[in-house]
Design a protein around this ligand. Structure first.
Ligand code: HEM
Length: 161
């Protein structure tokens, strides 16, 4: 796993301090953006009633539960910036679960964009190029770990076929 600089960690911790206290509303901003950028992702949430609109999905309790889960994973990453390795196994497993849910690794690029959008909306002028890069560095570590869940699945598929 890559390492973050001391400056990255400081920027991430400081910016998450207030955001992390209000996870669900910020998560909703992030997922609203995600569905605007890639509306097809809506269909991966099976509890989204058939042909349900983005609003139906965003207000369903199950979806809000997923938003909370996503924000808690980000929270765990921010709390473990000094040793993100401790989350590696968990993240690999989380990647596996997302592959099973039909998510493609490539979709994590648009998830990253939505995360940055949410940070920009919430932080205003505090959202600087250095802060953006710090979050991107952390996000790419998380995504790299999650993605290896997919690689391992593919590997297992070739072994068993
Ligand atoms: C393309 C974006 C994503 C899609 C379509 C997606 C979809 C899903 C689905 C369908 C489930 C299973 C049902 C549920 O628990 O709601 C799930 C579970 C979960 N997702 Fe996501 N997800 C996405 C991104 C993320 C991200 C970025 C994170 C955190 C970094 C995350 C964290 C979780 C967690 C913690 C669970 C519960 C896993 C468990 O049951 O142990 N998801 N996701």
């Amino acid at each position: 796993m890559e390492k973050l600089t001391g400056k990255d960690k400081e920027l991430i911790r400081n910016s998450w301090e207030s955001l992390g206290k209000n996870k669900v509303p910020h998560g909703i901003v992030m997922f609203t953006r995600l569905f605007e950028l890639d509306p097809e992702l809506l269909s991966l949430f099976h509890y989204n009633i058939k042909d349900g609109s983005m609003q139906d999905c965003l207000s369903s309790p199950e979806f809000l539960d997923h938003v909370t889960k996503v924000m808690l994973v980000i929270d765990a990453a921010v709390s473990n910036l000094d040793d993100l390795n401790t989350l590696e196994e968990y993240l690999i497993n989380l990647g596996r679960k997302h592959e099973a849910a039909g998510v493609k690794v490539q979709s994590f690029a648009v998830v990253g964009e939505s995360l940055l959008y949410m940070l920009q909306c919430s932080l205003g002028p505090a959202y600087t190029a250095t802060l953006r890069q710090a979050w991107l560095n952390m996000y790419s570590i998380v995504v790299a770990a999650m993605s290896s869940g997919w690689t391992k699945n593919d590997y297992l598929k070739t072994v068993h076929n």
